[in-house]
Design a protein around this ligand. Structure first.
Ligand code: PLP
Length: 372
């Protein structure tokens, strides 16, 4: 089977660990075990037998996840290896070749690439900068057809940080209902909002909603590789059978750690620490762009760990990103990776000093470009 290269993830794989300053990290500075568990809890991990564990996720973990979604229980949950596997399974399980998928853009392009490789007809509706990165619902409406089997969104959105309003969510649901389509929501940034109020989930709002989430982003624990799907029980059973063909199950130790961190107290501590980092770094970033007059335009993100500013310098985004990487060892993702030249994806979840040093190196390059 032919695939299109997942350009964003490919360039990350190539460069993120080879540069001094990775300023496009889409997550938040990761925790160590010592920071999230007690010594007793850590000690207990040493006595876990390293068997396979329950392949759809341990009962205790599925139970803990289901508590985050009112009206569900553990049978509504499938635990996966990262939300990346959840996304893969969702497309593979619920869509057939030639079905139509309507996909929110810009976006983390994983679903786009997988769906196209499976022969699914992918159409896209856009978040518009002129709507403060709100969705173009007229465009979505014009794309819906009897062949539409799924509308897929990323909310909060990677890369813009936009969050759908309740009205926008309801309108997307109304349009999906018309053609009995699934709504698939990648909600991996849920919990990383700047204003405190957690983004509402599509789950529970619509019968045919399936959501994906995980511990990599809002929880700053990507090394655990824990993600999940939540949806109607029958659909979870179906995806579990597909999961037998991908990774069988997720790691037994990660399942235990995930259960522990999802208890209300550690969960709140984790989300609060992460929000603190994001709020501080967003303020620092806004101060930084304020010093550059009209060089950058930014619609401030409402959730997630990323900013997606537009820049007004005559240089292509890939060229600029390459220059920064080669000359300053600073890595940022070019807007080109999202089909949007003259934008940059900058991660703001890293440690502040590291972030500020990276930004000052970008300053040097911008000065050089301006001087010609
Ligand atoms: C929107 C979104 N979904 C899913 C993923 C995959 O994350 P993971 O597999 O680490 O949970 C990413 C990673 O960047 C992402 O940004």
């Amino acid at each position: 089977m032919k695939i299109e290269i997942f350009e964003l993830e490919r360039t990350l794989s190539l460069w993120e660990n080879r540069v001094k300053y990775n300023l496009t990290e889409s997550g938040i500075h990761p925790f160590t075990l010592n920071e999230v568990l007690s010594q007793d809890e850590i000690k207990e991990l040493f006595s876990i037998r390293l068997g396979y564990g329950q392949s759809n996720g341990s009962e205790e973990l599925r139970d803990a996840i289901s508590q985050l979604y009112p009206g569900t229980d553990m049978d509504n949950v499938l635990v996966t290896n990262g939300s990346a596997e959840a996304n893969f399974l969702a497309i593979w399980t619920y869509l057939e070749p030639e079905d139509e998928l309507i996909y929110m853009l810009p976006n983390y392009m994983q679903i786009w690439g997988i769906a196209r490789s499976f022969g699914i007809n992918v159409k896209s509706f856009h978040l518009r900068e002129e709507l403060n990165w709100g969705p173009d619902l007229e465009q979505l409406k014009s794309l819906i057809s009897p062949r539409t089997k799924m509308i897929a969104v990323c909310n909060p959105n990677n890369p813009t940080g936009a969050v759908l309003s309740e009205e926008e969510m309801n309108e997307i649901i109304r349009l999906a209902e018309q053609t009995d389509a699934w709504i698939y929501a990648d909600e991996v940034y849920r919990g990383a909002e700047y204003e405190g109020k957690e983004t509402p989930s599509f789950l529970g709002k619509y019968e045919k909603a399936i959501v994906c989430c995980g511990l990599s982003k809002a929880y700053a624990l990507p090394g655990l590789r824990i993600g999940w799907l939540v949806g109607p029980k029958k659909s979870m059973e179906k995806a579990w059978a597909y999961h037998d063909y991908t990774s069988i199950g997720s790691g037994i130790i990660s399942n235990r750690i995930a259960t522990l961190v999802l208890r209300p107290e550690p969960r709140n501590k984790i989300l609060n620490r992460n929000r603190r980092i994001l709020i501080e770094n967003l303020a620092a970033f806004q101060e930084w762009i304020g010093k550059h007059n009209s060089l950058f335009e930014l619609i401030p993100p409402r959730g997630g760990g990323i900013v997606f500013p537009r820049y007004n310098v005559e240089i292509n985004s890939t060229e600029l990103a390459t220059k920064l990487r080669e000359e300053k060892s600073v890595y940022i993702a070019a807007g080109d990776l999202f089909g949007m030249d003259h934008y940059l994806r900058i991660g703001i979840g890293t440690e502040k000093d590291y972030f500020l040093t990276g930004l000052s190196l970008i300053d040097e390059t911008l000065e050089e470009i301006k001087r010609g």
